[in-house]
Design a protein around this ligand. Structure first.
Ligand code: ASP
Ligand code: MG
Length: 425
């Protein structure tokens, strides 16, 4: 049994869905569990619906019309008018419209999960119905019956034991009839409420299924040929890495490489399940294999995180930033769910680089401002280079102001600001 995950970019239009079906024709005889994300940018579009609804801007219904129109456009291209998919999708949308007609009463995070999850419910209905028209028998599975979580909406924690039980109870029988297709990113509570696992969580869903069903391998199908040494949208001459250890993959995602969700690797590593990152554009390519192998010589790997904030925190009474002050600062960081991307300290000051979450950072500063002086720099980039070579580092630094730099082992991190190039007039 293998697990395949297809992300939003692979099913962003009717062509994409047809392409997925074409890829799957070569796996007809395999036992496959398919995890599918929301189509294209639908999760972002649904987030806007939630915002408008919660903040009562009056635009929720029309924003939701855009979401409906997008999906109707795709199913009109894929199906004959009498296919039951039209009714299924209609019913899903009507349920959301009922919600949107009432005043928002529940918490933002709860509402978010109930509405945003529609993206995955719709995409999986569409892809599953389409595969069935292509001679690829597929059973649609409601993932809320398998992935059981607590009720921390928007970042639900998986109950692994219950999930493993459900997966083993339900999925093997379904696999006897063909592919099993289900939603990424979604879970359910024991009271049958819908939860989500955090943005981009579909990779994690695939890892959960792989773990619980002891998959032979897991594959993530993407719009890149595999894991690359840098983001090709930002750098020239990037190359594909053919093989990576679990450890290197975890390190990369920790530093912000967006190619797979950070939580994906650990469940796979626990059971030594190989992970392939492959291209849905060139499905015959070998992709990248992430496995148990020992680390070999890796090329320099560059990860860039934009929209970073640097906080310079110093004590007002000139006490050292040592155990007590640090533990207080970290407790407040944790309280506001701020993730530290890089840090450094001197005797009386501590600098920390965070991804910009305006409200959370303001709340953090507020909590500490009586005892600490805090200066904020924003609009920064955090560049991490693993296995660095000094030439590469020099190039990356050119024309930038370096606000913080640290290196450990073969990894260098720099926080930089663009400086306008001064020129003589
Ligand atoms: N659709 C969700 C998102 O865009 C989950 C995923 O794509 O992995 O965040
Ligand atoms: Mg996505």
């Amino acid at each position: 049994m293998k697990v395949f995950k297809f992300g939003g970019a692979s099913v962003k239009n009717a062509e994409g869905v047809k392409n997925v079906a074409k890829i799957l024709q070569s796996y007809k005889d395999e036992q496959l569990v398919l995890i599918i994300s929301a189509m294209g940018k639908m999760t972002n579009a649904l987030e806007k619906v939630v915002d408008a609804y919660y903040n009562k801007t009056g635009e929720a219904a029309s924003l939701f019309e855009d979401v409906k129109r997008f999906h109707y456009g795709i199913i009109q291209e894929l199906f004959e008018g009498n296919n039951e998919i039209f009714d299924l999708i209609n019913d899903t949308f009507v349920e959301v419209e009922w919600v949107l007609e009432d005043e928002p009463e529940e918490s933002y995070d709860y509402i978010y999960d109930q509405i945003v999850s529609i993206g995955e419910f719709t995409s999986t209905r569409i892809v599953s119905a389409y595969l069935n028209t292509q001679n690829l028998p597929t059973t649609w599975l409601d993932v809320r019956d398998v992935i059981l979580t607590d009720n921390s909406y928007r970042e639900a924690k998986v109950n692994w034991q219950a999930t493993e039980q459900q997966a083993q109870k339900r999925v093997p029988d379904m696999l006897k009839k063909g592919f099993v297709l289900t939603q990424g990113f979604i879970g359910g509570t024991s009271e049958n409420f819908t939860t989500t696992l955090g943005r981009e969580g579909s990779d994690f869903t695939a890892a959960i299924f792989s773990y619980c069903l002891n998959a032979e391998s897991m594959s993530v199908w993407k719009d890149v040929p595999g894991i690359l040494t840098a983001n090709p949208k930002l750098f020239k001459n990037v190359s594909k890495i053919d093989r990576l250890s679990y450890r290197e993959a975890i390190e990369m995602t920790y530093y912000g490489a967006k190619v797979i969700h950070p939580k994906t690797i650990k469940p796979l590593q626990n059971k030594n399940i190989p992970l392939y990152v492959k291209s849905f554009i060139e499905p015959a390519g070998a992709g990248t294999l992430i496995s148990d192998e020992t680390d070999s010589h890796y090329p320099p790997i560059i990860v860039v995180e934009t929209n970073q904030v640097l906080l310079h925190i110093s004590t007002r009474n000139f006490s050292f930033v040592a155990e007590e002050n640090l533990s207080r600062i970290f407790a407040v960081l944790a309280k506001h769910k701020l993730k530290v991307n890089m840090m450094q300290n001197t005797a009386i000051s501590f600098s920390v680089c965070l991804s910009n979450r305006d409200e959370r950072i303001e709340a953090f500063i507020n909590d500490l401002k009586d005892d600490f002086k805090i200066i904020k720099d924003d609009n920064l980039e955090l560049i991490t280079v693993r296995h660095y070579l000094s030439e590469i580092l020099e190039k990356l630094k050119a024309g930038k102001l370096i606000l913080l730099e640290a290196s450990l082992g073969g990894t260098v991190q720099i926080v930089v600001k663009d400086v306008p190039q001064i020129e003589r007039v």
